[in-house]
Design a protein around this ligand. Sequence first.
Ligand code: ZN
Ligand code: FE
Length: 282
Amino acid sequence: MTNKPIKPMRRDPEKHPWSEPAKRKLNPSIQVHQFPCLQDNYGYLVHCKASQLTACIDTPSVAATQQALADTGWTLTHILNTHHHEDHAGGNLELKEKTGCIIVGPAHDADRIPGLDIGVDEATGFRFGTHEVEVLNTPGHTTGHIVYRFRTHNLAFVGDTLFSMGCGRLFEGTPRQMWTSLQKIMAWPDHTLIHCAHEYTAGNADFALTIEPNNIELISRASRVAELRALDLPTVPTSLKIEKLTNPFLRPNREEIRHSLNMTDATNAEVFAEIRKRKDVF
Ligand code: ZN
Ligand code: FE
């Protein structure tokens, strides 16, 4: 027990004209509504209260997105696409026709994003109402893949680039490209909330344990994930901090991994490539 004297509160409204509502005005809240759809996809609605804008991240399912809009009472104004795959952009045109929303997506993949209105990339970023949205080009899964981060709230939507304890398959890019992309994401603050597009966590944990069987954090996260999945609860979002501790694709510099792969002298990109190769046949 401590007996610290209680400091008197400073009340000087002239010098400090802040109040709760004023603070909220400066930093209007963002709400995220997450919903499962298709086999193992997650859809997300992102809503800015102040501007009454609502974006869906990708369009895996028109019906599920419409249901989510009905559940929240929000009106769709934007689609933010991460990449062109059917389970991410397949609902674009129908949703646009139904709602008149604006489609935002990778400028470098304009030809493959149905109905694209605004092409964005690392240089342009994006503004969602008053919110600054950082865009990163993350080639690897596809060449045009991008990810979004709502800067002030540290909410990231990473599509099929990063999964909890995994990463996207390399359909178009090289391992080196994907490793570079993941490093960009790793430069975000540790407390960044990572919203992935799929619930792949349990399978990813099984694989991760083959790469790093003695990682205590990984062992305990794997059992937490098993508990959540047994109850049919989502394991997503995750945090960048948790991923740095448990995701083998973010850990090619770790001694245990390098040792078990017999790659002690390899570069991080080479170790990453080997882990990705093993996951492809796991
Ligand atoms: Zn994909
Ligand atoms: Fe996908």
